[in-house]
Design a protein around this ligand. Structure first.
Ligand code: PMP
Length: 305
């Protein structure tokens, strides 16, 4: 099945979607991206795009940060995504990558006096952290401070920081890195937010702990409250609290909800998937596939029936 991309305002086969070597963002990371999931529901033969609007709202906000005047409204971006995914006719989970970028064929480190454009591509993609439980390590690479690169926008250049952390973790034999804030508090994974269970409550780093405000994070906070009656406390977390947590899991569009079994060689709880984590993972997997009628507002069907 061929993948398609949307480039220069046209749908083209992915293999033919090419950019010039002088494109500004290629050199300086002057672009903002998103990652959106299309989840295959085999019973309904349908792909559901999960919380599509929220992803494009975040993209729009990121564009403001790096001075990209995105020439598409959120409604237009949502419609384009449905059209692109429908064109590919996949019958499996897909991953959609929108990218708003400084498109001028011009070198020079700056944000101004550059044109901007938008592209999007879709590929079939299963779980990003493809394991039942992840083994994590605290990274020596910390999140950048707010006056280095704003960590709450998916700015391409920012992700070199995440790439350093992820590679260090895998070189040490871990599945994923957990990054700390500049002042040593727990921040997030290289591509996921993090949650702990402490005294039966969910605890996650707050918005000012150098995190990306994840859409999965928001989904889990809402599901925990609505469906399990569990409140989430958003606050600073120390590494000791992480080591001593009874449960821990990572959340992200690509990684879904991945339980953490171990951090720096210390078992989390008894090293098995905890009760709250298990329930939330189950709920989340139903909701994203359009199998829970209560949350269908979050799911955009791709195929017309
Ligand atoms: N943190 C980082 C650094 C990420 O790249 C991601 C993935 N977008 C997340 C957290 C999770 O965000 P979301 O749930 O919106 O995918």
């Amino acid at each position: 099945m061929p993948s398609y991309a949307y480039l220069n305002k046209q749908f083209v086969p992915l293999s033919e979607a090419k950019l010039g070597v002088m494109t500004n963002f290629l050199h300086y990371g002057t672009a903002v991206f998103e990652g959106i999931r299309g989840n295959w529901n085999s019973q309904q033969e349908q792909i559901y795009l999960f919380r599509l609007r929220e992803h494009f709202e975040r993209l729009h906000n990121g564009c403001r940060v790096i001075k990209i005047d995105l020439p598409y409204t959120i409604d237009e971006l949502c419609r384009l995504t449905v059209e692109l995914v429908e064109k590919c006719q996949f019958k499996e989970d897909v991953y959609i990558r929108p990218l708003a970028y400084k498109s001028s064929q011009a070198l020079g480190v700056r944000l101004d006096d550059l044109e901007a454009d938008f592209l999007m591509l879709v590929i079939p993609w299963g779980p990003y952290l493809d394991m039942e439980k992840a083994r994590c390590g605290i990274s020596s690479w910390r999140r950048p401070d707010y006056n280095v690169i704003p960590p709450n926008a998916k700015i391409c250049g920012l992700y070199v920081n995440n790439a350093f952390a992820r590679s260090e973790a895998t070189e040490k034999g871990f599945d994923e890195a957990i990054m700390l804030t500049p002042d040593g508090h727990v921040s997030e994974g290289s591509g996921e937010n993090i949650f702990l269970v402490l005294d039966g409550k969910l605890v996650t780093p707050a918005s000012d702990n150098h995190i990306l405000m994840g859409i999965t994070r928001d989904t889990v906070i809402k599901l925990a409250k609505e469906e399990l009656g569990i409140k989430t406390v958003e606050r600073k977390i120390t590494p000791e609290e992480l080591y001593a947590a009874s449960e821990c899991f990572l959340t992200g569009t690509a990684a879904h909800l991945t339980p953490v079994a171990e951090v720096d060689g210390r078992k989390i709880g008894d090293g098995q998937v905890g009760e709250i984590t298990r329930k939330l993972k189950q709920l989340y997997s139903e909701v994203i596939r359009g199998s829970n009628p209560k949350y269908l507002d979050w799911c955009t069907p791709v195929y017309k029936r």
